[in-house]
Design a protein around this ligand. Sequence first.
Ligand code: RB5
Length: 155
Amino acid sequence: MKLIIGSDHAGYELKEKLKQMLNEAGEKVEDYGTTTEESCDYPDIGVRVAERVAQDADAQGILICGTGIGMTIVANKVPGIRAALAYNTYVAQYAREHNNANILVLPGRVFGKEMAEAMVRAWLNARFGGDRHQRRLDKITEIEKKYASAAKQTV
Ligand code: RB5
């Protein structure tokens, strides 16, 4: 499994810390930027990470912006992405177990490193429950398809 990580300037510092933790844990990490604390636009990074994760079943993503909200909105525009904004370890764990979130989104300006690391570990160590949760995800996929075909008809 590859971990695709990205942030805007507000998440840059936390991204660098998480990258170090993940590298030390032996995870395969690909960094999609940003590379400095200079102001940038979260949709530019978020869409690249989300498209990469959507195209590769072996890839999972971590996105960070100031609140986590912008990155969550952007990533969930990409079909096949289930991006979940985590704010504690319970939510991070259930983002995997119930929602099979393929992108974990974290706020860069809310928590310290320890809490962020604990949320990433909770998400990585959890397993999708399947069964009724898969039925619910299938319904989300149907909604995606409905709006994708509606968009094609209006072009
Ligand atoms: C950047 O200032 C900030 O707006 C961004 O990181 C994010 O919090 C947006 O949702």
